[in-house]
Design a protein around this ligand. Structure first.
Ligand code: HPA
Length: 236
């Protein structure tokens, strides 16, 4: 493929599996490769955004960091979908709850991703596009969760540009519409998947609650991370 390597990924053609798991943190990608995959090989490290390919239960799978925010995941997901012929990207991240339905430790599957960012303006819709998860991946993930006995909440999330929002009541309108939690990447990922005719899903663990102020400690984070990982890996 003539477009590879890309400005942000130095892997060769065929280095990525058809399914890529994307945590925000590249060191998380390294941890997943080392602890969950077999025969994992580093395929890219531009800007220390590590990407690995290995196998899980004999099936090829890749894992690569996305960085934080819509511009960052927008770059990596576009290059993976459009230039490395990746078919599925599963974001695995954390989010802050803004709903009574989500407690810390819960796993949320983002059926839709609202956003306060201007990402969609590049498409000049003249209306509002609804970024949604791929239904096959979504229903498969829900079934895996049932089999594993993992409680999941499925619904709308908010992909926010600001983490430190200057507006005091910034979350109220979203809460009134039943949005479950805030993170920073899913809407761009879902729009890139739609644009490239590919599949995407975001699975999130609730790391903190903006309602109660509760936060997971590191051991609790690790346990809910493990449940989310088990679901995501089975999707390959
Ligand atoms: N906002 C955005 N992203 C997040 C949050 C949050 O409160 N918590 C975990 N990821």
């Amino acid at each position: 493929m003539s477009n590879i390597p890309t400005p942000h990924i130095r892997a060769k053609e065929g280095d990525f599996a058809k399914t890529v798991l994307m945590p925000g943190d590249p060191l998380r990608a390294k941890y997943i490769a080392e602890h969950y995959l077999e025969d994992a090989k580093l395929v890219t490290d531009v800007r220390n955004m590590f990407g690995y390919t290995g196998t899980y239960k004999g099936r090829p799978i890749s894992v690569m960091g996305s960085g934080m925010g819509m511009p960052s995941i927008g770059i990596y997901s576009h290059e993976l979908f459009a230039f490395y012929d990746v078919d599925n990207i599963i974001r695995i991240g954390s989010a802050g709850s803004i709903s009574e339905k989500c407690n810390v430790r819960d796993v949320v599957i983002a059926q839709g991703a609202c956003t306060n960012s201007a990402w969609a303006s590049q498409f000049d819709f003249g209306g509002t596009f609804a970024p949604i998860a791929d239904f096959d991946l979504l229903s498969k993930a829900v079934n895996i969760a049932k089999e594993q006995g993992t409680r999941v909440v499925v619904g709308n999330v908010l992909s926010s540009d600001p983490f430190y929002n200057a507006k005091k009541d910034a979350n109220k309108a979203w809460m009134d519409m039943g949005v479950l939690c805030i993170e920073m990447e899913s809407a761009a990922l879902y729009m890139e998947a739609a644009r490239c005719k590919k599949k995407a899903l975001s699975i999130l663990t609730i790391s903190d609650s903006l309602i109660t102020g509760e936060e997971l400690d590191s051991e609790q984070r690790q346990n809910s991370f493990h449940q989310m990982m088990e679901m995501a890996l089975e999707l390959a």
